[in-house]
Design a protein around this ligand. Structure first.
Ligand code: SF4
Length: 143
Protein backbone atom coordinates (compact mmCIF):
# COMPACT_ATOMS: atom_id res chain seq x y z
CA UNK A 1 0.00 0.00 0.00
CA UNK A 2 1.36 3.42 -0.91
CA UNK A 3 2.10 5.68 2.05
CA UNK A 4 0.86 9.26 2.50
CA UNK A 5 2.28 11.77 4.96
CA UNK A 6 -0.71 13.49 6.57
CA UNK A 7 -1.07 16.42 8.97
CA UNK A 8 -1.57 14.76 12.36
CA UNK A 9 -4.49 17.04 13.25
CA UNK A 10 -6.43 15.77 10.21
CA UNK A 11 -6.53 12.24 11.63
CA UNK A 12 -7.76 13.51 15.00
CA UNK A 13 -4.52 14.13 16.91
CA UNK A 14 -4.96 17.13 19.18
CA UNK A 15 -1.85 18.89 17.88
CA UNK A 16 -3.43 22.22 16.90
CA UNK A 17 -2.15 25.38 18.59
CA UNK A 18 -5.34 25.47 20.69
CA UNK A 19 -5.11 21.82 21.71
CA UNK A 20 -7.91 20.74 19.35
CA UNK A 21 -7.88 18.61 16.21
CA UNK A 22 -9.19 18.97 12.63
CA UNK A 23 -10.46 15.43 12.05
CA UNK A 24 -11.45 15.20 8.38
CA UNK A 25 -14.38 12.90 7.52
CA UNK A 26 -12.70 11.76 4.27
CA UNK A 27 -9.86 10.10 6.19
CA UNK A 28 -11.68 6.76 6.34
CA UNK A 29 -11.88 6.70 2.52
CA UNK A 30 -8.16 7.49 2.23
CA UNK A 31 -7.40 4.61 4.59
CA UNK A 32 -8.99 2.16 2.15
CA UNK A 33 -6.32 2.98 -0.44
CA UNK A 34 -3.29 4.25 1.45
CA UNK A 35 -1.25 3.79 4.59
CA UNK A 36 -1.37 7.11 6.45
CA UNK A 37 1.68 8.44 8.31
CA UNK A 38 0.50 11.24 10.65
CA UNK A 39 3.02 14.00 11.37
CA UNK A 40 2.80 17.42 13.04
CA UNK A 41 5.74 19.64 12.05
CA UNK A 42 5.13 22.17 14.80
CA UNK A 43 5.15 19.56 17.55
CA UNK A 44 8.14 17.78 15.97
CA UNK A 45 9.87 21.15 15.75
CA UNK A 46 9.76 21.36 19.54
CA UNK A 47 6.69 23.51 20.20
CA UNK A 48 4.24 22.62 22.98
CA UNK A 49 0.50 22.02 22.63
CA UNK A 50 -1.38 24.20 23.29
CA UNK A 51 0.78 27.08 22.04
CA UNK A 52 0.29 30.63 20.83
CA UNK A 53 -0.81 30.89 17.18
CA UNK A 54 1.89 31.76 14.65
CA UNK A 55 1.88 33.43 11.26
CA UNK A 56 4.47 33.82 8.51
CA UNK A 57 5.83 37.35 8.27
CA UNK A 58 8.38 37.80 5.47
CA UNK A 59 11.05 35.14 5.97
CA UNK A 60 10.18 34.63 9.66
CA UNK A 61 7.46 32.82 11.58
CA UNK A 62 6.23 34.83 14.55
CA UNK A 63 3.86 33.99 17.40
CA UNK A 64 1.12 36.48 18.29
CA UNK A 65 3.20 37.43 21.34
CA UNK A 66 6.14 38.38 19.09
CA UNK A 67 8.21 35.29 19.83
CA UNK A 68 10.28 34.19 16.81
CA UNK A 69 9.62 30.49 16.14
CA UNK A 70 11.20 30.32 12.69
CA UNK A 71 13.77 27.73 13.79
CA UNK A 72 11.06 25.45 15.23
CA UNK A 73 9.08 25.62 11.99
CA UNK A 74 12.18 24.93 9.89
CA UNK A 75 13.17 21.98 12.07
CA UNK A 76 9.68 20.49 11.76
CA UNK A 77 9.77 20.90 8.00
CA UNK A 78 13.17 19.22 7.69
CA UNK A 79 11.99 16.32 9.85
CA UNK A 80 8.90 15.93 7.65
CA UNK A 81 11.09 15.79 4.55
CA UNK A 82 13.50 13.31 6.17
CA UNK A 83 10.57 11.07 7.13
CA UNK A 84 9.24 11.18 3.55
CA UNK A 85 12.65 10.33 2.15
CA UNK A 86 13.22 7.52 4.67
CA UNK A 87 9.81 5.93 4.05
CA UNK A 88 9.84 6.73 0.31
CA UNK A 89 6.66 8.81 0.66
CA UNK A 90 5.75 10.73 -2.49
CA UNK A 91 2.39 12.26 -1.44
CA UNK A 92 1.45 14.58 1.43
CA UNK A 93 -2.06 15.67 2.51
CA UNK A 94 -1.83 18.79 4.62
CA UNK A 95 -4.06 21.15 6.58
CA UNK A 96 -4.89 24.26 4.56
CA UNK A 97 -4.10 27.75 5.94
CA UNK A 98 -1.60 26.58 8.58
CA UNK A 99 1.77 28.39 8.67
CA UNK A 100 3.37 24.92 8.51
CA UNK A 101 0.93 22.87 6.45
CA UNK A 102 -0.98 25.40 4.30
CA UNK A 103 -0.77 24.39 0.64
CA UNK A 104 -2.53 27.25 -1.15
CA UNK A 105 -3.29 29.87 1.50
CA UNK A 106 -1.73 31.16 4.71
CA UNK A 107 -2.50 34.08 7.02
CA UNK A 108 -0.80 37.35 6.13
CA UNK A 109 1.18 37.92 9.33
CA UNK A 110 -1.12 40.59 10.74
CA UNK A 111 -3.06 38.25 13.08
CA UNK A 112 -6.24 39.83 11.69
CA UNK A 113 -7.55 36.59 10.16
CA UNK A 114 -6.53 37.76 6.69
CA UNK A 115 -5.62 35.08 4.15
CA UNK A 116 -3.18 35.41 1.28
CA UNK A 117 -1.93 33.00 -1.38
CA UNK A 118 1.09 31.09 -0.16
CA UNK A 119 2.40 27.90 1.37
CA UNK A 120 3.34 26.91 4.89
CA UNK A 121 6.99 26.17 5.73
CA UNK A 122 6.63 22.37 5.61
CA UNK A 123 4.34 22.30 2.57
CA UNK A 124 6.82 24.46 0.63
CA UNK A 125 9.86 22.35 1.54
CA UNK A 126 8.07 19.12 0.59
CA UNK A 127 6.94 20.55 -2.73
CA UNK A 128 10.46 21.82 -3.49
CA UNK A 129 11.66 18.25 -2.97
CA UNK A 130 9.18 16.70 -5.40
CA UNK A 131 6.59 15.48 -2.91
CA UNK A 132 3.06 15.91 -4.34
CA UNK A 133 1.34 18.16 -1.82
CA UNK A 134 -2.46 18.22 -1.50
CA UNK A 135 -4.63 20.20 0.88
CA UNK A 136 -7.32 18.39 2.84
CA UNK A 137 -9.82 20.02 0.46
CA UNK A 138 -8.30 18.00 -2.40
CA UNK A 139 -8.57 14.49 -0.90
CA UNK A 140 -11.10 13.60 -3.62
CA UNK A 141 -8.29 13.74 -6.18
CA UNK A 142 -6.58 10.82 -4.42
CA UNK A 143 -9.63 8.55 -4.13
S1 SF4 B 1 1.35 22.05 12.18
FE1 SF4 B 1 0.14 20.99 10.64
S2 SF4 B 1 -0.23 18.98 11.58
FE2 SF4 B 1 0.42 20.32 13.22
S3 SF4 B 1 -1.50 21.10 14.09
FE3 SF4 B 1 -0.78 22.60 12.57
S4 SF4 B 1 -1.84 22.04 10.69
FE4 SF4 B 1 -1.98 20.28 12.07
Amino acid sequence: MEKILISACLVGDKTRYDGKHNLNPSISQLLEKYELVPFCPEVEGGLPTPRNPSEIKGDKVIMDNGHDVTDNFKEGAIKALMLCQFLKIKIAVLKERSPSCGTHQVHDGSFKNKLIEGMGITAKLLKENNIDVYSEDEIDKLL
